[in-house]
Design a protein around this ligand. Structure first.
Ligand code: NAD
Length: 296
């Protein structure tokens, strides 16, 4: 497929670029950006994600430290660790892998993380800044999608006036992505589980982004010929007795009409992790230079 957007290659370039900037920061400021990754419990998918993040952090030259807490840890224990990391000058980014086991409160943990170390961009202060059009730490998956679109269109200016339709309205992907696209001067529609005649709306999109969590929901007849399609979904399905990962988009049929499309795996996933490295670098710069948030 020559219309496939290669997220893996883009992510490799972004991580290499971050590594260069980390090396410069080490020389000029004598600081190595530090990323603390906290995982609670034994969820297998979470373990894979955390493993990938630590591996990429090493490639980017960051100091990464993994904190593993048991499934039955208390809210207090988790919060004490966060407070300690907030006060640790060697830690510039804190990521708590979600979802947390029940009955731990994600909202309380997210609010406790110092906003300037919030490399996931989920703290209400960062969410508010994003909506207000101020620079902030931006959630990694939406940032990865935006960077892919910028690269595909050779700059953000080309996004201006395009109709972007985002399927899904989660706090992690759909909502922040809609905000980023709005700032890039797209006309933005958000469609979701209660939307009527979703296909007709999707078919109007110049840029269609699926962040739903439904395997291969988006079919060929949902897509305007020539549209650019970004598939955020990661869904494990059984096919011919084997387990495999597919997106929210039916790649085989949609790639016949789209002008460009991201594959799953190898699309948004690697870019998400690369953006975590970029966010950690940005967070470290802000903290070292006492500067305002940086726009990526
Ligand atoms: P979520 O469950 O929080 O939100 C899903 C959204 O889709 C909801 O807003 C819901 O209204 C909407 N929706 C559900 N069913 C629908 C339907 N039939 N039609 C239209 N809209 C519908 O999920 P999320 O956290 O936003 O994640 C979405 C997908 O993206 C999942 O597959 C997840 O695994 C994947 N994901 C990937 C990355 C990555 O790095 N690539 C990161 C985060 C999430």
């Amino acid at each position: 497929h020559e219309n496939r957007i290669d997220g893996k290659a883009m992510a490799d370039r972004l991580v290499a670029d971050v590594a260069k900037q980390v090396a410069t920061l080490k020389q000029t400021e004598h600081v190595i950006p530090g990323l603390a990754v906290v995982i609670v419990g034994d969820d297998p998918a979470s373990k894979v994600y955390v493993g990938n993040k630590i591996k990429r952090a090493k490639e980017a030259g960051l100091n990464s430290i993994k904190y593993e807490l048991p499934e039955n840890c208390t809210q207090d224990e988790l919060e004490q660790l966060i407070e300690r990391l907030n006060n640790d000058a060697d830690v510039h980014g804190i990521l708590v892998q979600l979802p947390l086991p029940k009955p731990l409160s994600e909202a309380r943990v997210i609010e406790l993380i110092s906003a300037e170390k919030d490399v996931d961009g989920f703290h209400p202060q960062n969410v508010g800044r994003l909506v207000a059009g101020q620079h902030s730490l931006v959630p990694c998956t939406p940032l990865g999608c935006l960077i892919m679109l910028r690269e595909h269109f050779h700059g953000e200016a080309a996004l201006s006036g395009k109709h972007a339709v985002v399927i899904g309205r989660s706090n992690i992907v759909g909502k922040p992505l809609a905000q980023l696209l709005l700032q890039a001067n797209c006309t933005v529609s958000i469609v979701h589980s209660r939307t009527r005649d979703i296909e007709t709306l999707c078919r109007q999109a110049d840029i269609l982004i699926a962040a739903v969590g439904r395997p291969q929901l988006v079919e060929k007849n949902w897509v305007k010929p020539g549209a650019v399609v970004i598939d955020v979904g990661i869904n494990a399905i059984e096919s011919d007795g084997a387990r495999k990962l597919v997106g929210d988009v039916d790649f085989a049929s949609v790639s016949q009409v789209a002008s460009a499309i991201t594959p799953v795996p190898g699309g948004v996933g690697p870019m998400t992790i690369a953006c975590l490295m970029q966010n950690t670098l940005n967070a470290a710069r802000m903290q070292i230079q006492h500067s305002d948030p940086i726009r990526t």
